[in-house]
Design a protein around this ligand. Structure first.
Ligand SMILES: CC(C)(COP(=O)(O)OP(=O)(O)OC[C@H]1O[C@@H](n2cnc3c(N)ncnc32)[C@H](O)[C@@H]1OP(=O)(O)O)[C@@H](O)C(=O)NCCC(=O)NCCS
Length: 171
């Protein structure tokens, strides 16, 4: 994707672009400073720098893609990922850092992920989220995803006391 400037609801501008090899330290900074509130919807334990390094190393722009948002100070404040299962199916995930939530960045990032998925030939895109994640479910359904399956807490992949939904969209 070409780098794209996005104006947030606060008037601040950030750039959405594909991740680069030299973004590692910026990604570590973002992932290791997420609040407990944000972590609640991701997983029950915090990210470590070495894990972020491994996640970053998995980006190959064939099976695993990453789009980041960078602010004017050069900080990465959001990441969206597209992980291909096959030529035509993929999963996505996204995180907006606490300091940038609720400013429409998540929706701009989701739009970019959908465009990227279409451009690489993905026809079926899925995402998982906690049933309690009202903001994510609101955004995903607003963009045309539908909830296709609900996993009860006991079968939840996140292994905790709340269910998980799988959402999907045909592109
Ligand atoms: C979920 C997440 C990606 C959303 O990104 P964001 O930048 O905060 O979202 P946006 O500002 O683009 O949009 C927020 C929307 O939710 C709505 N919203 C806010 N609070 C809400 C609530 N309690 N219930 C329902 N909708 C709500 C807002 O009104 C807005 O919708 P609108 O534009 O139609 O009015 C971000 O909050 C995040 O990363 N959270 C932590 C990690 C996470 O949950 N990741 C997703 C895992 S599936």
């Amino acid at each position: 994707m070409e780098p794209t400037q996005v104006t947030l609801s606060t008037g601040e501008e950030v750039v959405l672009r594909e991740v680069r090899d030299d973004d590692l330290l910026k990604l570590i900074e973002m992932y290791t400073t997420l609040s407990d509130k944000s972590m609640r919807f991701l997983r029950p334990y915090r990210f470590t720098a070495s894990e972020v390094r491994e996640m970053h190393a998995r980006v190959d722009r064939k099976k695993v893609f990453s789009i980041v948002a960078e602010n004017k100070d050069g900080k990465i404040v959001a990441e969206g990922r597209l992980i291909r299962y096959s030529n035509s199916s993929a999963e996505f995930g996204m995180i907006v850092h606490d300091s940038y939530q609720n400013k429409k960045l998540g929706q701009a990032l989701l739009r970019a992920i959908l465009n990227l998925a279409k451009n690489v030939g993905v026809k079926r895109l899925i995402g998982f989220c906690s049933v309690e994640n009202k903001v994510a479910i609101h955004i995903y359904t607003k963009f045309g995803f539908r909830i296709e399956k609900e996993f009860k807490p006991e079968e939840s992949i996140l292994g905790r006391e709340e269910g998980v939904v799988r959402l999907s969209i045909s592109l």
